[in-house]
Design a protein around this ligand. Structure first.
Ligand SMILES: NC(=O)c1ccc[n+]([C@@H]2O[C@H](COP(=O)([O-])OP(=O)(O)OC[C@H]3O[C@@H](n4cnc5c(N)ncnc54)[C@H](OP(=O)(O)O)[C@@H]3O)[C@@H](O)[C@H]2O)c1
Length: 211
């Protein structure tokens, strides 16, 4: 199947490599087309470079918006119509870095990226918050773990989105575990109790109930 990845930076490039390794076909776009071109050349024939964010969605079954929180709304507004009817996967955490390199929240305490993004999407877009619950280096180290796979948590309010994102999570080399609806998104995000955790399925399911 085909997934569009908009944003080929720190986490977008890692997601792209792992999905391609699992057999997914990719359509990549980034602000600077050179960034998407370089990644596509490294991945090989499974990845093509799209001319724009909107073009990336042509023929894609799903889209991953691997973007910083500050640019997310602008990109969603550019591609609103084609998002309807698709799985929209968002790994974005509501953080930025200040002038001293410290990580700071861009949303008030208690407000999650997932809740805000849900309000930006058009009717019919099927949102799953996923692929943002661990740092890129942890993601790489934990993927395709054997014998017990590592878990990637996700949240969604939509059963079909759940099935679709579970397929993507497995394709990327993880076992999917749903942590709840979008209202639970904060648990996966920076500062949440499920963030940057590398655990197997049994431990993950036990943690879910401990919120
Ligand atoms: N990096 C991690 O370890 C990690 C882990 C979990 C979650 N996250 C979350 O994932 C999100 C992305 O983080 P990141 O580290 O991948 O950021 P990043 O390295 O800055 O990458 C962001 C990407 O977005 C692209 N972009 C910016 N504006 C765009 C636009 N208008 N249209 C299309 N593409 C655009 C950039 O394009 P160019 O390359 O052309 O500039 C870049 O490829 C953040 O919210 C972060 O909290 C990151």
């Amino acid at each position: 199947m085909t997934t569009a990845i908009i944003g080929t930076g720190g986490i977008g490039s890692v997601i792209a490599r792992h999905l391609a390794s699992g057999g997914e076909t990719l359509r990549l776009s980034s602000a600077d087309p050179e960034s998407a071109r370089t990644l596509a050349a490294q991945i090989g024939p499974a990845a093509v470079v799209a001319a724009s964010s909107r073009d990336a969605l042509q023929g894609a079954d799903a889209v991953v918006l691997a973007l910083r929180f500050s640019v997310l709304k602008g990109v969603i507004d550019e591609i609103t119509a084609p998002l309807a009817g698709r799985l929209v996967v968002v790994p974005s955490n509501p953080v930025t870095t200040d002038a001293h390199g410290n990580v700071i929240r861009v949303l008030p305490e208690g407000q999650s990226s997932g809740q805000v993004v849900a309000g930006w999407l058009p009717a019919g877009a099927r949102l799953a918050m996923a692929f943002g619950s661990m740092r890129a280096d942890l993601f790489v180290a934990a993927s395709n773990r054997s014998p017990e796979p590592a878990v990637l948590f996700y949240v969604t309010d939509d059963d079909r989105a759940g099935e679709e994102v579970e397929r993507l999570i497995r394709t990327a080399g993880f076992e999917p575990v749903k942590a709840g609806g979008i209202e639970q998104s904060g648990r996966l995000e920076v500062g949440g109790d499920l963030h940057d955790l590398v655990v197997g399925p049994a431990a993950a399911r036990s943690l879910i109930g401990k919120a």
